[in-house]
Design a binder for this molecule. Structure first.
Ligand SMILES: *Cc1c(COP(=O)(O)O)cnc(C)c1O
Length: 810
């Protein structure tokens, strides 16, 4: 590979550099090069521009010797990187011209980049937005995670059913990444812990039974205007001994490679554990593997450049994205005690001052815990450390006079039935800050899961409402709208997205409304073409595009939307003469492979689509589309084309949501419950510019406590009863009439997610949406007011708050 030399990249023009890269680094002649060769050459050419800034950023960080932020996350849902880099370096036009000079089209080549789909959904996308904002705010930061060779899974829809296929994003290599085999650490599992000098103190040695090598693969993360380039460091795994030659030579060719295969299995797939139990030993191994490698790397860097382990909290802020890296608490204490020979209390104090934890869910089934025997077998030394942290927490609780119920809620060990290690309690006890991700969520954290821990450590819980990066979620995904805004208020919002507020002064301006509507229509035309391509359904770009794209989960209530779709279908057929607003209902999202009801919801969406789309009685008035393999790239296409954003979770169950923010930023109106960040969106866009319906979190809790009778509710709502009965009786599944009997039966019997309780309010809200849509000028003004008032949901604002309040940088 030709190293990039700043001196010769600065002067020559991009077209010459591109061709030079194609020849000397891709090894192709212009005449023989295929589009993928040009794509690779384009990435490498842009990467050269990044590398110089990357090195400069690193030098500056070392010179300033400031504090670094370390973001530990099992997921980084980063999507494609080329457009991100071009936009942030302002090189889009230059590269497009250079490619055009060679007969290549940039937007065509962009389609060749695979999505780096290293996440389930919102939590992983948040980590990606945060990395971009950290660089944009010029904060020195590393993201740490796992380089999953096959991501989570690629979703195919076969006859309406989700089929999971491996994601093969690395099959053509990855020109963005740098293999850092020199940055490698050993990570051990199992074995035993022995006291080496029982007479002289409590020195212990953990001798793992197994070890793997974690080695770093780095991807540069470019901030806005190229201010700073940070590092996303993803770990891959190797056997210490890649091949056992003795075995190989003795003829055992497969057995000789077993160690490497075992190591590789650690970094194969991401568990789809989003709010759903994985509970697999391999998952715990992944969590420890990446936490241990990251903590070793952080401590190594600190010792190399600072030298005194006691100053770690002044130089490092470690943020745990959910409990997946919570074992990092025990790992850091272990290194401080066993390797750096500090006393336990001092080690715990240093750890606490360094580590902070973000909670993402209150769903009991999603709060991570591990069977104690498994944890002890895999991580015997960490188990001892967790007991020691626990002993201190329980002692403090008793000293505060807390009762037995509070003490057992605080305990890091769940003693009820099968003993389990509670990762959230470990993270809480080991961190100085515990934050929720929206105001309501943080409040509920204090009242529910962490009530007693909050009483014990009252200063830890704080709120940091999530955000999304406006570079990807406005400028890149919606250049048309960005251009219109620039013409309206000037370019200052590009550097400070809260300046979008200046649009408020002209929100009622007819000419602006017209231009915003033209952009929306163009985006809808483009999406319509893609929908025709993907699922073979023709949709009318002038219809209302009503979108629900997110992980498929019962609490997100795609089922509520689908039942209302059926009710609407029934209404249209009964009263075809009425003035219906033509709608396209767009769904997308993956279900965890083991989540039966979520997969059934996907099947139901496809069954409804098949029937509705082929019914000449409804024609263009209603279309239903399930877009396969929802990912970041699809989100970038769909969101700019949405008129209505469905954010309809059972109140109290969606921690924040970030999809809601992206839609509003692109001028969609929200139909939603008072849940997560929807509440804060409402406060900012104004109640008249959002459609809110349904029970509040308090009302949901009260109803659950006070004998909710869903059967009575269903029977009391003719529209709901008819829709549920038609689904249950097989109207949409003539090939298997009983397919949805169980799903609908669940609504009658328990309806934990309160679909029936909120149905009438939701249906009425949808008719309210219709009425608003008919008032074209009113709709456009509301759309502009959404764009104008959601700049606050920029991840720059969120990261600014973390930086000041939690990390002590900035
Ligand atoms: C933003 C985003 C999410 C999160 O969506 P929610 O509606 O907040 O659940 C999930 N997946 C992708 C690809 C996203 O871009």
């Amino acid at each position: 590979m030709t190293p990039a030399k700043p001196s010769d990249t600065a002067g020559t023009d991009m077209a010459a550099r591109l061709v030079d890269t194609l020849r000397h680094r891709v090894g192709k002649d212009e005449r023989a090069a295929k589009p993928h060769d040009w794509y690779t050459a384009a990435v490498l050419t842009v990467r050269d521009e990044i590398i110089d800034r990357w090195m400069e950023s690193t030098r500056r960080t070392y010179a300033e010797s400031g504090k670094r932020v370390y973001y530990l996350s099992l997921e980084f849902l980063i999507g494609r990187l080329l457009r991100d880099a071009l936009n942030n370096l302002d090189l889009t036009g230059e590269l497009a011209r250079a490619l055009a000079a060679n007969g290549m089209d940039l937007s065509h080549l962009e389609e060749l980049e695979p999505d780096a789909a290293l996440g389930n959904g919102g939590l992983g996308r948040l980590a990606a937005c945060f990395m971009e904002s950290l660089a944009s705010l010029d904060i020195p930061a590393y993201g740490y995670g796992i380089r999953y060779v096959n991501g989570m899974f690629r979703q195919r829809i076969d006859d309406g059913n989700q089929v999971e296929l491996p994601e093969t994003w690395l099959s053509h290599g990855n020109p963005w990444e740098f293999d850092r085999r020199e940055s490698a650490y050993r990570v051990g599992f199992g074995g035993e812990v022995v006291a080496v000098n029982p007479a002289g103190g409590d020195t212990v040695v953990w001798t793992p039974a197994e070890q793997v090598e974690a080695s770093a693969v780095d991807t540069p993360v470019v901030g806005w205007r190229g201010k700073r380039v940070n590092t996303l460091r993803l770990w891959t795994a190797h056997a210490l001994d890649p091949i056992r030659l003795d075995a190989f030579n003795a003829g055992d060719h497969v057995g000789a490679l077993e160690g490497e295969a075992r190591a590789a299995s650690l970094v194969r797939v991401l568990y789809p554990a989003d709010s759903h139990k994985a509970g697999q030993e391999l998952r715990l191994r992944q969590e420890y593997f990446f936490s241990a490698a990251s903590i070793q790397d952080i401590v190594r860097r600190h010792m190399q450049y600072v030298g005194d382990i006691r100053t770690l909290p002044d130089k490092a802020a470690i943020q745990l994205n959910d409990t997946h890296p919570a074992v990092a608490v025990a790992e850091l204490v272990r290194l401080l005690v066993d390797v750096h020979a500090l006393g336990f209390d001092e080690a715990l104090d240093i750890t606490r001052r360094t580590v902070a934890y973000t909670n993402h869910t209150l769903l009991p089934e999603a709060l991570e815990s591990w069977p104690l025997p498994l944890f002890e077998r895999l991580l015997p030394r960490h188990m001892q450390i967790i007991y020691a942290i626990n002993a201190r927490a329980l002692r403090e609780a008793r000293a505060k006079g807390m009762d037995d119920a509070a003490i057992s809620a605080i305990s890091l060990i769940d003693e009820g039935g099968e003993r389990r290690v509670r990762m959230a309690n470990l993270a809480f006890a080991g961190a100085h800050s515990v934050n929720g991700v929206a105001a309501l969520h943080t409040e509920l954290m204090k009242q529910t899961v962490f009530r007693d821990l909050n009483a014990l450590y009252p200063d830890k819980i704080n709120n940091k409402t999530n955000g999304v990066t406006p570079r990807r979620w406005l400028m890149q995904c919606n250049p048309g709208l960005t251009g219109v805004i620039k013409d309206a208020i000037g370019p200052a919002f590009l550097d400070d997205v809260e300046k979008l507020e200046e649009l408020n002064a002209m929100a009622g301006d007819a000419a602006l409304g017209e231009r915003v509507a033209e952009v929306k229509r163009a985006n809808k035309v483009a999406l319509s073409a893609q929908i025709a391509d993907l699922v073979g359904v023709r949709v009318d770009p002038d219809a209302l595009f009503d979108v629900q794209i997110k992980r498929i989960h019962e609490y997100k209530r795609q089922l509520l939307n689908l039942i209302e779709t059926v009710a609407l279908y029934d209404q249209i057929r009964s009263h075809p003469e009425r003035d219906w607003v033509p709608r396209v209902k767009i769904f997308g999202g993956k279900a965890a492979a083991s989540y039966h009801n979520a997969k059934l919801v996907i099947k139901l969406a496809n069954d409804i689509a098949r029937r509705v789309n082929s019914d000449p009685g409804v024609g263009e008035l209603l279309k239903v589309v399930f877009v396969p393999n929802y990912n970041v790239t699809l989100a970038e296409r769909i969101i700019p084309a949405a008129d209505l954003s469905e954010q309809i979770s059972t109140a109290g169950m969606e921690a924040s949501g970030t999809g809601n923010m992206k839609f509003a930023l692109n001028g969609a109106l929200t139909i939603g419950t008072l849940d997560g960040a929807n509440i804060e969106i409402m406060e900012r866009v104004g109640e008249e510019n959002i459609v809110i319906f349904g029970m509040t979190a308090d009302e949901v809790a009260a109803k659950r406590a006070g004998g909710y009778d869903p059967r009575a509710v269903i029977e009391g709502s003719p529209e709901l009863a008819q829709a549920v009965r038609s689904i249950a009786s097989g109207v949409f599944s003539p090939d298997d009439k009983d397919r949805y009997k169980g799903l609908m039966g669940g609504l009658y019997d328990s309806d934990w997610f309160m679909v029936a309780a909120d149905f009438d309010a939701y249906a009425a809200a949808q008719r309210d949406v219709d009425a608003r849509w008919r008032d074209r000028a009113g709709w456009r003004e509301a759309a502009i007011r959404n764009v104008a008032n959601v700049g606050w949901f920029s991840s720059d604002r969120t990261i600014g708050e973390y930086a000041r309040d939690i990390w002590g940088v900035l």
